[in-house]
Structures are given as structure tokens and as C-alpha cells.
Design a protein around this ligand. Structure first.
Ligand code: CU
Length: 281
């Protein structure tokens, strides 16, 4: 057996995606945010046109689970925090929250349980308007990302080849079953072999290429993962897709491939005594 170069790398989609998700939470689990009526003349229309606005802050952002403490800080007037919209002077409450009438110094607490954007107004002075923005909990998103990451399995394919009957037999060994893949072989800039295949219940597969690689005319083999799942059910396929491995077939190399997979956990594993293989992403 004259096995030559084995080249294989791990697809780390999930890990890369995960790094982006692991950002420190900007908020504690149960944020408390205070809003008060602005220090304006709120009894006559116009607060929305001022820099201070009608409520302070006029736009408040909180995560789901956050508590909003809405206070009437206006000594002169009673006010409400009523979720809904105002069209001209016609107000429509949407029922998300309603403080009812707040005397000076009174507060109303609302726990944000639904993500979304909630405009609100004062029932007594409908020109007083503010917006509460409730965002998805960052932790919940992280958890969802972590779950997705766990699901997005690493896909490893080990390739070996041997000269058989004047051709080259390429043997694949996937780390999981049901990998749909495409195998392409190039020699002298020509495509000499291409096949879409599916690793059935077995994780191994063999392809026979009717050519032999040499120093002058090496064969480049590329395996592309199309997804993991039953054949035909493309929309349900999961797992890493894209190029997962390349191999260059040239003579005179030993079989060092298999043990490498055991030690290399991250990143690219390149075994080529001649350093002729260039990974293609
Ligand atoms: Cu008011």
C-alpha cells in the first residue's frame, strides 16, 4: 500500500459561533430601571418637543424579567403610565401595563415579561408619550446558543488512499453517520472525478478514481459536507456544511494519518511531508 498524504481538519463552526455568543451579560438577572415624569410643564402640550421629553428617560430599554419602576415626580400634576398609542388626542390603551393615576411621589412597578416595543402615554395628558423597549434576555439567548452549539456536532473525516489496480481508492471515515457529501478529484487542473454520496448507516465509504497521483501530477481530493441527515430530506439536514477535508495524493508517504486525529482537537491537522497541501476554505 502506498498511502501518501493525509490531510484532515475539524470543522469548528459551532465553536466559532459560540465565541461571539459568550459575551458577558450587560445586565443582572433582574434589572430594575426607574422612569419618572420629566421636569417639564407637562400640563400643556409640547413636552415631546423638548430635549427632556415627557418621561425620563423618554425611551427606556430593559431585558425581559426586568422591573420598571414608574414614578410621578411632578409636584404639580397627577399622571399615568398607560401602554398604548395616541393618534392626535385619541388614546388607545393596549393593556400591557397601566399605572392608573399616580399622585406626586407614587410609583408603579411593571415587570417586563414580553419582549417588544411598548409605547405608553399619560391618560390625563395624552401628549405625554414615552417608549419602553423590552429585549430578549441575554442569558436566554446564550443558553439557546449553547444548545445550538452542542447540537452542531463536529464533523471529522479521515481520508486515506491506496493504489488499486492502476487507480486510486479513496477511503473515507466520517465521525458520524448520515453525512451527505460531495467528493471531487482534480488532476492537472482537470476534474477527473465527482460524486455526490451519502454515508449511510456506516461511517465509512470508498470511492475508486481511475487515475494515479504522482509528484508531477498529484490528485487533489476535496470532500464537501452538504449536511447531516437522511438522503432526500435536505431541509432537515443539520451539521457543518462546506469543505471539511482535502487530500493530495502523491506517492511516497507513509501512513501517519490515523493517530493524528486522536491528538489534534482544535484547528487544522496537516500531515504532509512535502507540505504541498494547501487548505481551501
Ligand atoms: Cu399626565
Amino acid at each position: 500500500m502506498r498511502t501518501k498524504t493525509v490531510y484532515s481538519f475539524f470543522v469548528l463552526f459551532a465553536i466559532v459561533a459560540g465565541i461571539g455568543a459568550i459575551t458577558p451579560a450587560a445586565f443582572a438577572d433582574h434589572t430594575e430601571i426607574a422612569i419618572s415624569t420629566a421636569d417639564n410643564d407637562l400640563a400643556t402640550p409640547g413636552c415631546l418637543d423638548t430635549e427632556v421629553g415627557c418621561y425620563t428617560p423618554n425611551t427606556t430599554t430593559v431585558e425581559v424579567g426586568g422591573v420598571i419602576i414608574m414614578t410621578n415626580a411632578d409636584e404639580a400634576e397627577i399622571h399615568t403610565y398607560t401602554s398604548g398609542t395616541v393618534d392626535g388626542f385619541a388614546a388607545t390603551a393596549d393593556g400591557t401595563f397601566d399605572s392608573g393615576i399616580l399622585q406626586f411621589g407614587d410609583s408603579f412597578e411593571y415587570t417586563a415579561d414580553t419582549a417588544g416595543e411598548f409605547p405608553y402615554y399619560c391618560m390625563l395628558h395624552v401628549w405625554m408619550q414615552g417608549v419602553l423597549i423590552v429585549e430578549e434576555d441575554a442569558h436566554a439567548e446564550e443558553e439557546a446558543d449553547a444548545a445550538a452549539q452542542a447540537e452542531a456536532e463536529e464533523l471529522v473525516v479521515t481520508i486515506t488512499d491506496s493504489i488499486v489496480d492502476g487507480g486510486t481508492q479513496v477511503n473515507l471515515e466520517f465521525s458520524t453517520i448520515h453525512v451527505n457529501y460531495e467528493i471531487t478529484a482534480m488532476q492537472n487542473d482537470e476534474e477527473i472525478f465527482k460524486e455526490a454520496a451519502h454515508a449511510m448507516k456506516m461511517t465509512g465509504a470508498s470511492h475508486m478514481i481511475d487515475a494515479v497521483g504522482s509528484d508531477e501530477s498529484p490528485i487533489d481530493i476535496e470532500i464537501v459536507s452538504l449536511g447531516i441527515g437522511p438522503p432526500g430530506a435536505n431541509q432537515d439536514w443539520t451539521g457543518p456544511t462546506g469543505t471539511v477535508a482535502t487530500l493530495q495524493v502523491v506517492p511516497e508517504f507513509g501512513t501517519i494519518a490515523m493517530m493524528i486525529l486522536a491528538v489534534a482537537i482544535i484547528s487544522i491537522v496537516a500531515i504532509t511531508a512535502k507540505s504541498r497541501v494547501i487548505p481551501r476554505f
